[in-house]
Design a protein around this ligand. Structure first.
Ligand SMILES: Cc1cc2nc3c(=O)[nH]c(=O)nc-3n(C[C@H](O)[C@H](O)[C@H](O)COP(=O)(O)OP(=O)(O)OC[C@H]3O[C@@H](n4cnc5c(N)ncnc54)[C@H](O)[C@@H]3O)c2cc1C
Length: 432
């Protein structure tokens, strides 16, 4: 049988490989690491989560909750592994990132229909193939893609620091989820107003990494560096990543003025990431400023925050409705490089590309995912229905058509969108 080549063993590439292999196709998955790496990846494992270890909420009144339902429905490997590698994180699904990547790698390599090859793919492969080389694709293939698609676009993305658990001053910290939800999954570092003001002043004065050519480019809103949020005004932090709502400091019995939340990185509870603190501060500035947070005075940084270029193609112009390159029949694109934004969206895009490739190989028309579903919304997004000029986006309920009947209450309305989507997904014909 003809081999299907998948370039990139990240989130989209692994999902696509698994989907095709499970349906009997022979897959060759080409991954450049460890021969070459990106500025954000640190391991040789497949499906490495480069920044947060959170796959967001499980709740069906969120877009992430619905997307997870649809991923599971279509047999997502990464959802199966995430469920197995999860760490406590309240209503969110967070994973031990090393365990997660190791288990995905193990399952992919053990699959009889998948061969993993370590190589840097320099050119666009012959059909049938899926390009899932990510937003930090190797320069060689990025240049080829650029040439074929008439120019890639990019925005800037940042990563938050990780702290050793035993370096946190537990005399100042307290475990709690907001509004008592999620037990002791988050470690909270409360701040009084004077402490916050001191931190804020230092943050505003901090050095950032030396200006790169891309410095003046767009920063994706949900990955905005902490110092960029702060620059919008002191209150922005208090209503954003440092909001104290739903938390009572057991040391004082009061709601703190501001809070920094730490989320578990691993099952051993040896590391925490600072929630919402992606940053482009220089390393000396990170040490100085973040150690002003009460409880982090002696913080041992296991990973510093960084900032990276994030490349995507103008999907509405260069891909058809099935994610196939208009300029190269039988070669599909998947993942963040197509302009979907986020871990879950990249996984979904990998499965969608694999489904479309199956349809193509079987001589069928492109699959139209129902517009009321998350997959259908992502399909419409990459067709350019939601933004001009084209910009990357997460899935959100603003992408789905309105409900037939009015539902009162934001949360109830979102649940209704999810329920409607679930009915559509469950009644759609089985693919593959
Ligand atoms: C710095 C940064 C931080 C991010 N943080 C988050 C976050 O916290 N939460 C979130 O939801 N999303 C985040 N994202 C967005 C997105 O979800 C991730 O980038 C996600 O990993 C995208 O999945 P992917 O499969 O498209 O790409 P990737 O997971 O990056 O996979 C691409 C793979 O292709 C390989 N590769 C590249 N070029 C070649 C080549 N020429 N030959 C062979 N192999 C190649 C790479 O090594 C990599 O393994 C972040 C993105 C960036 C850039």
């Amino acid at each position: 049988m003809q081999k299907i080549l998948i370039i990139g063993g990240g989130l989209a590439g692994c999902e696509a490989a698994w989907y095709l292999a499970e349906r009997g196709y022979s897959v060759q998955l080409v991954e450049m690491r460890p021969l070459a790496s990106s500025p954000a990846h640190v391991s040789a494992q497949l499906a490495e989560l480069v920044c947060s270890n959170s796959l967001k909420s499980e709740s069906l009144d969120t877009g992430a909750g619905l997307l997870k339902f649809e991923l599971r429905h279509y047999g997502s490997l990464l959802m199966q592994v995430a469920d197995m590698a999860k760490v406590p994180a309240g209503a969110a699904l967070a994973v031990d990132r090393e365990l997660f990547a190791a288990e995905v790698t193990r399952r992919i390599k053990a699959h009889p229909n998948i061969t993993v090859e370590n190589a840097v793919q320099q050119t666009i492969p012959a059909a049938p193939a899926i390009l899932a080389c990510g937003p930090l694709a190797h320069d060689s293939i990025a240049a080829e893609i650029l040439q074929l698609t008439g120019g890639a676009l990019h925005f800037v993305d940042a990563i938050s620091p990780v702290i050793a658990a035993d370096s946190v001053d537990m005399g100042k910290a307290f475990f709690a989820g907001r509004y008592g939800k999620g037990g002791d999954d988050y470690l909270n570092l409360p701040m009084e107003e004077a402490e916050f003001d001191c931190f804020y002043a230092a943050l505003m004065a901090a050095d950032t990494v030396a200006a790169h050519a891309f410095e003046d480019e767009k920063v994706f809103e949900s990955c905005m560096p902490i110092e960029a949020i702060a620059a919008r005004g002191r209150e922005t932090l208090l209503y954003g990543p440092m909001r104290p709502v739903g938390l009572t400091n057991p040391h004082t019995g009061r709601r703190p003025f501001a809070v920094v939340q730490l989320r578990l990185e691993n099952r051993e509870r040896t590391a925490y990431n600072i929630v919402g603190f992606q940053t482009k501060m220089s390393i000396p500035a990170q040490k100085l400023v973040l150690r002003l947070i009460p409880g982090l005075e002696d913080a041992d940084f296991l990973r510093f925050g960084t900032i990276h270029r994030n490349t995507y193609v103008d999907a509405p112009a260069c891909l058809d409705a099935s994610q196939m390159l208009i300029a190269r029949e039988g070669v599909f694109m998947a993942g963040q490089i197509t302009g979907v934004e986020g871990y879950l969206e990249s996984m979904a895009s990998g499965i969608m590309a694999a489904m479309q490739l199956c349809a193509h190989l079987n001589g069928c028309d492109a699959i139209s995912f129902h517009p009321e579903t998350a997959f259908g919304s992502l399909q419409r997004h990459i067709a350019g229905e939601f933004s001009t000029p084209y910009t990357p986006s997460n899935f959100h309920f603003g992408m789905v058509p309105p409900l037939a009947e009015r539902v009162r209450g934001k949360s109830k309305r979102k649940e209704a969108y999810s329920q409607r989507a679930i009915e559509r997904v469950e009644s759609s014909p089985k693919q593959g």
